[in-house]
Design a protein around this ligand. Structure first.
Ligand SMILES: CC(C)(COP(=O)(O)OP(=O)(O)OC[C@H]1O[C@@H](n2cnc3c(N)ncnc32)[C@H](O)[C@@H]1OP(=O)(O)O)[C@@H](O)C(=O)NCCC(=O)NCCS
Length: 175
């Protein structure tokens, strides 16, 4: 495994980010249990362009911290913390999301992105929350290792292909 770079998202990452995101839809076909809540229908490039523009705008307004992992010039993972309802009484709280392209997992990329996003979040957020499929044991172990504590559990929170998945809720206090 070659070295990877952990850095903040840039405007020029659009293609790489979307390619990696679309790979999760391919993975879903083989692994219906993947621990990501994806749209039932893969978004179009036009929808992704809109989403990406709004993400960049949220970064500019300091409502989002977005870290990517780059290897061989490709974006192979992303980890973000997004403010809850910017401008509201909840905007001191951030929602974390993370995913690494399946070809690049278990090499420390997820841990490195989490470390960096938490470091940068300390300047902006007081609490980070996240939601995980309860059966996503690898991800849950990773969050616990970073000090996340479980505060909730919801049965049958996700429904995919007629199958239900429970959800575990975690938080990390930064203050
Ligand atoms: C969760 C995820 C982001 C971790 O990224 P990663 O680059 O594989 O993470 P790391 O290599 O830093 O692994 C750190 C630890 O995570 C856990 N882990 C990650 N993937 C695992 C897996 N498939 N099975 C078991 N443990 C796993 C392990 O505790 C691992 O530690 P170890 O390598 O010492 O055993 C990645 O597996 C992923 O993208 N999964 C699919 C999407 C997803 O589930 N996202 C989380 C949504 S809540």
């Amino acid at each position: 495994m070659k070295a990877f770079i952990i850095r903040n998202l840039r405007k020029g990452d659009f293609k790489g980010v979307v390619k990696t995101y679309f790979s999760y839809y391919e993975e879903l076909k083989e692994n219906p249990g993947i621990g990501l809540s994806l749209y039932r229908k893969r978004p179009t490039i036009a929808q992704e362009r809109k989403w990406f523009a709004s993400l960049l705008e949220n970064i500019r307004k300091k409502n989002a911290i977005v870290i990517v992992a780059q290897m061989d010039g490709k974006v192979v993972g992303m980890c973000d913390v997004l403010s809850f309802r910017p401008g509201s009484s909840m905007d001191h709280k951030g929602l974390l999301g993370i995913a690494v392209h399946r070809d690049y997992r278990s090499h420390g990329i997820g841990s490195a992105m989490l470390k960096e996003v938490i470091r940068q979040s300390r300047r902006r957020f007081e609490t980070i929350v996240l939601s995980a499929f309860s059966n996503n044991h690898g991800a849950v172990a990773l969050y616990k290792r970073f000090g996340f504590k479980q505060y909730g559990f919801l049965r049958r929170s996700n429904k995919r292909g007629g199958k239900y998945f429970d959800e575990s809720l975690f938080y990390l206090n930064l203050k």
